[in-house]
Design a protein around this ligand. Structure first.
Ligand SMILES: CC(C)(COP(=O)(O)OP(=O)(O)OC[C@H]1O[C@@H](n2cnc3c(N)ncnc32)[C@H](O)[C@@H]1OP(=O)(O)O)[C@@H](O)C(=O)NCCC(=O)NCCS
Length: 231
């Protein structure tokens, strides 16, 4: 099954939808973030600030059965329009906002994961990537990373850079298996897991996007036989 998220497309499992992250996803996203990152979790304000920086940011969310349901829209009901985009505000006020939320096609589904990319010319940075614990081990992390690479390539980036905690073995294995290389370390970059324990280094990594099949395909023109498949 192939789903589109804006201009890019990647293959996703049946019953799962990959689409742009919207304001009404934020309560569930913040809840998943808290479970995934603990003391380093982002606040609602941080996510809103990130969304406000679009199109210099791209955020996508995976939704499906069994995810964290964003039932409490009230958490963002009074959020200002920080979308930074013209046209219709995503944070439409009052009944309009509620009517729009009620119409959304995947209301019954929950958040399984999300990914955010900062786009700045030839360089892109992976801002965040997470999969809810119950949804792990099904290839969704790899799918989100493939989407981030696709978005970065489409926006002209040649490198996708990231920082990962040195003690985060699953994430480091994910990036390594996707061809990311280690550039170095930033000592003590992350706060301690619990008060009194040592701070943790950041491992700096990058993925070379020019070497990707997608980048070569983009340079050579569209190829329907491979379009939409993650690398
Ligand atoms: C890291 C994370 C995104 C992986 O998500 P996932 O959906 O379970 O990953 P996938 O099923 O797509 O696995 C892809 C690869 O990642 C690696 N991997 C995933 N989980 C792993 C684990 N527990 N131990 C070791 N390697 C693991 C493997 O290389 C795996 O490939 P394989 O299945 O062929 O062995 C997920 O564990 C997570 O959200 N962690 C908390 C948030 C986080 O650390 N984000 C990264 C911040 S930099």
């Amino acid at each position: 099954m192939t789903a589109t998220t804006g201009s890019s497309a990647v293959a996703v499992p049946t019953g799962v939808l990959l689409r742009p992250l919207r304001w009404w996803d934020l309560p569930a996203v913040v809840a998943v973030d808290r479970v995934c990152f603990g003391r380093d979790a982002w606040s609602l304000e941080t996510f809103l600030s990130e969304l406000a920086q679009r199109p210099a940011r791209d955020y996508a969310v995976l939704v499906g059965e069994g995810g964290d349901a964003p039932e409490d829209d009230g958490a963002v009901a009074d959020a200002p329009d920080l979308s930074g985009r013209g046209g219709r505000a995503e944070t439409a006020a009052g009944p309009d906002r509620r009517a729009e939320a009620a119409r959304r096609p995947d209301r019954a589904r929950g958040v399984l994961g999300y990914v955010g990319v900062a786009l700045a010319g030839s360089r892109a940075d992976l801002q965040t990537l997470a999969v809810a614990p119950a949804a792990r081990g099904r290839g969704l992390g790899r799918l989100l990373l493939a989407h981030a690479r696709t978005v970065a390539v489409e926006r002209g980036a040649r490198r996708l850079e990231l920082e990962v905690r040195a003690d985060n073995e699953p994430a480091r294995a994910l990036y390594s298996s996707a061809g990311f290389e280690v550039d170095g370390r930033r000592p003590g970059y992350y706060r301690d897991v619990a008060p009194g324990t040592p701070r943790v280094d950041a491992v700096l990594m990058h993925g070379d996007l020019l070497g990707s099949r997608h980048a070569r395909r983009t340079a050579a023109g569209p190829d329907d036989s491979e379009a939409g498949l993650p690398r």
